[in-house]
Structure formats: C-alpha cells, structure tokens
Design a binder for this molecule. Structure first.
Ligand code: PEP
Ligand code: MN
Length: 338
C-alpha cells in the first residue's frame, strides 16, 4: 500500500507514519514527489484495520492499495515520472539522453576514438563493456578491470559519465567503484542475486529487458533492485526473441508505451542489439524516440569492421553523425530536449 501524505504534512507527521508502518511489520520506502511525500509500505497484504489506522494519522491524506505485484515500480506508487541522475546528466521526465560508445572496451585508442565520436555528435553518456557476457566461452570476454581503468581515463578526458555492465554479484563493488551507472544485461534480467546486489549499490542502474522476459516479469525483476533501496533504475528494451530471423532480435516498440503506462521509471531503448546490423539501427532509434522512449544506448566504433564484438551493428562516425540530428527532430516533435 501507499500512504499519501498531505501537501502540508510536517516532517514530524512523516516520521510518525514511518514509525507506525515499521511497527506494523512493513518496510517503508519514501518517495518525495514535487507536491507531496508518498510512503510505500511493502509487506504482507494489509488488512482493512491497518489501512484505517494509518489513514487516521496526522498529515495523512489517503492510503491506497497497490494491486500490482511490482509495488515500488508501479505508477500506483508514484504518479509522476522518475528522474535518474547519472553524474550530472538527468534522465527521464522530459530529457532525452543518448548513451553511445563501443560494444566492448578493446584498447585505449579504440575507446578514445569511439568516445570522441559519441561526444562530438551529442551523446551525454559513454558506454563500453569491460566485463562482456558472451554466448560463446571462446569469444572476447572483455578486458575486465583493465577495461574499467580505461573507462575512467575516457571519463577524465571527455567529462562524460560512463555506463558499463556488471555480470555477477561479486563484481558489483569493483564495477561500482568506477562506473557512474551499472548496466545489467539481457542475459541477467532474472539473476536475482545480482539484482539484489545492485539494489544495495549507491549507483544508478541501466536495467535491460531479457530477450524472453514478459513485461510483468521484467517489472517484478526491477522490483528486486528497488526493494533493496536503490530507486535509480532506468529500464531498457533491447529486442525480444520471436520467430523472425531477419533481425538479431525483434525490437518490441510497444514495450515503450506499455512500460510508460505501468511504471514511473525512465524507459530507454537499445536499437543496436535489436537490429544486429548497422543499416537498421537508425530506423529503430527513430521509432523508439517516436514511441516515447526517454533515451537510447547505441553502439559506436571508429572502425566497426575491426571490432572484437558486435562488429556488424556498431555505427561509425558518419552514421552516428547522421542519426543524431534526425533524432533531435523526432524528440523535439514530442516536446522533449536532446
Ligand atoms: C550490451 O549492451 O553490451 C549488451 C551485451 O547488451 P544486451 O545485454 O542487451 O545483449
Ligand atoms: Mn554489443
């Protein structure tokens, strides 16, 4: 349930409600809205007496039951769009942000060249995998901690915050020590131990949808992160498995408006991993923006043909440079800024 406080509720009244919520056996999660404070009370289904008791406390406007299995992620918990800060970049709530960079960090020069492309054309966040979850154990697995160090150098050189993937619970502390945003990949969407661990980390999370994860499953997975106390989650649709083989995955464009209806969390799209080849990436990127996404994560590489992973889908300088102004037009038509 959510305890909705009155606009004028005092700090004392809020403290009193928090105490009552705890003593009734619920875990409180506070959400400071622009107008009022909401207190999510997570625990067993509340009885009518419990709701009446909380409703009667000073400063309480109303107590609402959340019917969805994902509570903190739901629009019932928080009506307004959430805003997530990554370094000094604000995500969601009217801002359209593009993260760009190579699939994997391969070398200092490769990362610097890709970061330069990303920054020059208006990306605000730099991506790059240091720990790569690969389908084959024989494929390039990423540079690991050396890759993290190179990402930190690229951040110092460009001023762009970095997003990079964390692939296991034991690595969260290490990756969070460098990254500005922790990426959870599609192969780990339901790795609940990993989700709980990033839920305890003090860094925002870019949380990809699994290739076979329904939206209801996806939002319950997001709840694993939120319920551990980390409210800074950005969702990301990156294509799902269907019978179609002409693309790497099928970009579920519908997921964007569906998620925007069900949750207050920002929704990004990854057109690169959905498309699987560069000629399709711009169209999917524009479609995602038109469908109401809050941002994109796009793979770019100065020489895609030489990339050690995902060579077919990374955009080069010219391709990314052509996409960004077109994207700006679509985003502006929706009243957002890029
Ligand atoms: C990635 O973005 O580097 C990646 C591996 O994507 P996904 O988890 O969506 O496959
Ligand atoms: Mn990739």
């Amino acid at each position: 349930m959510v305890v909705v406080m009155k606009k004028e509720a005092s700090d004392e009244a809020i403290e009193r409600v928090l105490g009552e919520v705890r003593s009734l056996g619920f875990t409180p999660h506070v959400s400071e809205g622009e107008q009022r404070t909401l207190i999510g009370a997570i625990g067993p289904a509340p009885t009518e007496e419990v709701r009446e008791h909380l409703s009667a406390l000073a400063g309480v406007e109303t107590v609402v039951r959340i019917t969805k299995p994902y509570k903190l992620a739901s629009r019932e918990f928080r009506h307004d769009d959430s805003r997530v800060m990554v370094g000094d970049v604000a995500i969601g709530n009217g801002a359209f942000v593009v993260a760009a960079g190579p699939c994997g960090v391969e070398s200092r020069d490769q990362l610097a060249a890709a970061a330069d492309i990303a920054r020059r054309h208006g990306a605000r966040v730099l991506r790059g995998g240091a720990f790569k979850p690969r389908t084959s154990p024989y494929a390039f697995q990423g540079l690991g901690e050396e890759g993290l160090a190179l990402l930190a150098e690229a951040r110092a050189d460009t001023g762009m915050p970095i997003v990079t993937e964390v692939t296991s619970p034991e690595l969260v502390e290490t990756v969070a020590g460098t990254a500005d945003m922790l990426q959870i990949g599609a192969r780990n969407t339901q790795n609940f131990a990993l989700l709980a661990e990033v839920g305890r980390a003090a860094k925002p999370v870019l949380f990809k949808r699994g290739m076979s994860t329904s939206i209801a499953e996806y939002l319950q997975a997001a709840e694993y992160i939120l319920s551990q106390g980390n409210p800074n989650v950005v969702l990301c649709e990156r294509g799902i498995r269907t019978f179609e083989t002409s693309t790497r995955f099928t970009l579920d464009v519908s997921a964007v408006p569906v998620l925007k209806e069900l949750t207050h969390l920002p929704v990004w799209v990854d057109p690169s991993h959905a498309a699987g080849r560069r000629s399709l990436v711009p169209s999917l990127a524009l479609a995602a923006a038109a469908a109401g996404a809050d941002g994109l994560i796009v793979e770019v590489h100065a020489r895609p043909e030489e990339a050690r992973s995902d060579a077919a889908q990374q955009l080069d300088d010219r391709e990314f440079g052509e996409l960004m102004p077109r994207l700006k037009g679509v985003v502006a038509a929706l009243g957002k800024t890029l």
